[in-house]
Design a protein around this ligand. Sequence first.
Ligand SMILES: Nc1ncnc2c1ncn2[C@@H]1O[C@H](COP(=O)(O)OP(=O)(O)OP(=O)(O)O)[C@@H](O)[C@H]1O
Length: 306
Amino acid sequence: MQAIEVEGLIVRYGEVVAVDDLHLTAEAGRVLALLGPNGAGKTSTVETLEGYRPRAAGSVRILGLDPARDHAALTARVGVMLQRGGVYPGMGPAEALRLFAAFYRRPLDPAELLERVGLGDVARTPWRRLSGGEQQRLSLALALVGRPEVVFLDEPTAGVDVQGRQVIRAVIAGLRDEGVCVVLTTHQLEEAERLADRVVIIDHGRVVADGSPAELVTETAGRSIRFGAPAGIAVSDLATRLGAPVLEVDPGEYEVQAPATPAAVAALTAWLAERELPLADLRAGRERLEDVFLRLTATGGDGGAS
Ligand SMILES: Nc1ncnc2c1ncn2[C@@H]1O[C@H](COP(=O)(O)OP(=O)(O)OP(=O)(O)O)[C@@H](O)[C@H]1O
């Protein structure tokens, strides 16, 4: 059984279709990152999966249950990390965690959990005096105290410093090892690349790509050659030589729109050498996840479904 199964999900706000026939599955012991530009439908999707938003159509199963119908049963098994907030301003992390722990039958030990998220030293500091990064780590701890089997994390490392990010990454890796299904939404592609086993890119309420970070970048590997050279060089005869369009995509950054075969790369470097032009950079291989993301979401969502 998949931890999460979504089929044909549609979420509407009046006339606005925020989620449009979305299909998604997620496994236990895996970290799935939901990526998409602003307004893509990530929050609407996640809130529906959490059982806080009604759906217009489609089927959603979380641990085999329907989050709308079986909300109470799922609350005990699903952890939701909210963007800060949710804690009385005068309450310290230790007290907040003890309070939340009391809602669950088999909670984690609050003191141990505080150490795990690196808040042992500020256990008694009132919430309003915690730094943004500490508040964020407390939100994470609150989502985990009930030993959830599925966890939804909304931008878990947003506004967190480097050390704090490392703590959060380690906690997420630990959840995966314990067999928890982790779904995180993020705008930080590097974070998705680093943390997630699987990345699902959403645009206009639909899935436009789905795969491991490596699959997403290799799928598109070698479709073009990028090189850096002096800005403004005349590239029309290079295009003729290669039999493919050559564009200056940014000043001094060029793209040959042809497969990155050894012959094409050799012809390109020979052409530069004949003109004694320096080669600042040459990329014939993989795109970064960011390039994949921009390409898939820049054209109105028709960049190619998986
Ligand atoms: N309460 C609402 N009423 C009307 N339209 C809404 C409402 N909430 C969201 N929308 C619209 O639905 C679409 C999807 O929004 P959603 O918040 O799910 O996207 P998102 O991917 O989470 O965006 P972001 O990255 O900005 O958080 C957007 O066009 C948004 O304007």
